[in-house]
Ligand binder design. Structure first.
Ligand SMILES: *Cc1c(COP(=O)(O)O)cnc(C)c1O
Length: 396
């Protein structure tokens, strides 16, 4: 009998990402979806019925595991999963917690703050943009001044790790300001959660933190999560103006039908793989261990590109562990897409666009990769620069 793969398409499906170098696995050095471990991808092989008694404990268990990573307090915080990507959870958080027409202060940290601004505006909320330095962490005094100047601002929306720049911003100091002034905080931790610390138990001013399965938690894409304060989400019914993106509806459904049940069809295979990713997260030593590995990845990369004569966009003091932007070399032979293509042949895939004001290339330090992989990536970058004939490597 023909094998199912051949029968359906005539070609094997689900081929793992490999470079054109035989036997070399592709390193995805992008800020999500990240390189995953084979055990995570293997867990995608199983089919589930989401309402089935085998699946419900898995779903409820994932909610507990995620709550634990956020240092949420059972009974005070709830995990509210949402099908989809990071933008979906950010929009759902804004729609649920900021009432229509309400004001949200967003420090303009870079490309991902810009996305939050657009999501808020298109949802009929009023984003108040706080201009901040593109090369420094957000100053909590500036946040305080902006909040004091406008008592109508109810929330601050903060990107914890600004993926556009690579700078990490501090929810603790900014949250303290919000708390003192009686305001609420929404945290976009999409590229931070699982690697950078966040302690909801210590920060009652946080309404909700949002993140996905496919960044620092090293799952595959398809599922997003909010961990939210129950006393807040309970009072937000009717805010969202969208059934799909209403976190209070997800909460109400869990109360009605149980924590193992989902409102709409979830990516069941993705959740099974995510549960394996969480096993690996625990086995590694949780958030501190992940931060240590990513920091070692970043340092290997940062020092490595400098040895190649290139210039990282940030000074070592503000360079975060998630993503490194490197200035494009001043050489006229520089061509980002060609650089990306030549790297890809060597088994290293980086983003083919830049999020910085000046041309740059960006390299993710997250995912199931180690400093040894980063050493290999730096060597590949050196070869690629030579192949492109790039001599002037300093920034323009
Ligand atoms: C990746 C990312 C997102 C969401 O991206 P999606 O493509 O929607 O998953 C949001 N915020 C930050 C900071 C991110 O890094």
């Amino acid at each position: 009998m023909a094998n199912l793969d051949t029968w359906i398409s005539g070609a094997p499906r689900g081929k793992p990402a490999v470079s054109s170098v035989p036997g070399v696995c592709m390193l995805l050095l992008i800020p999500g979806p990240v390189t995953t471990r084979s055990a995570v991808r293997e867990a995608l092989r199983y089919d589930f019925a989401p309402w089935d008694n085998d699946f419900r404990p898995l779903y409820a268990g994932i909610r507990e595991r995620v709550l634990h990573i956020a240092h949420g307090i059972p009974g005070e915080h709830a995990t509210l999963p949402l099908q989809g990507c990071g933008h979906f959870i950010t929009e759902a958080a804004i729609r649920t917690f900021v009432p229509a027409g309400g004001k949200l202060l967003i420090p303009g940290t870079g490309a991902y703050a810009d996305r939050m601004i657009r999501l808020a505006r298109e949802a009929g909320r009023i984003p108040v943009v706080l201009p901040v330095s593109p090369v420094a962490a957000v100053d909590s005094n500036a946040v305080a001044a902006a909040l004091e100047a406008d008592p109508d601002i109810g929330h601050v929306g903060l990107v914890q790790s600004e993926t556009g720049s690579g700078i990490v911003h501090d929810p603790v100091t900014i949250g303290a300001v919000a708390r003192r002034l009686g305001r609420r905080l929404l945290v976009d931790a999409v590229s931070a959660f699982g690697a950078l610390p966040l302690d909801l138990a210590q920060q009652p001013e946080i309404d909700c933190v949002g993140f996905t399965a496919n960044k620092c938690l090293e799952g595959v894409p398809g599922m997003a999560f909010a961990v939210a304060r129950i006393d807040r989400v309970e009072h937000c019914a009717g805010n969202a103006g969208s059934w799909s993106l209403d976190l209070s509806s997800i909460y109400a459904h869990a109360l009605r039908s149980g924590w193992g049940s989902c409102r709409f069809t979830p990516p069941a295979q993705v959740l099974n793989a995510f549960n394996v990713a969480l096993d690996l997260f625990d086995a590694e030593g949780g958030q501190p261990a992940r931060l240590a590995r990513y920091t070692a990845n970043m340092r290997t990369l940062y020092d490595g590109v400098r040895r190649l004569g290139l210039t990282p966009c940030l000074s070592p003091q503000v360079q975060g562990p998630i993503i490194v932007n490197v200035h494009a070399p001043a050489d006229p032979a520089w061509d980002l897409q060609r650089f990306v293509d030549v790297l890809k042949v060597r088994g290293v895939l980086i983003s083919n666009f830049y999020n910085t004001e000046q041309p740059s290339f960006r390299v993710g330090c997250i995912g199931a990769i180690t400093p040894a992989d980063m050493t290999r990536a730096v060597a590949a970058m050196g070869e690629a620069l030579s192949e492109l004939g790039i001599e002037r490597r300093k920034a323009a």
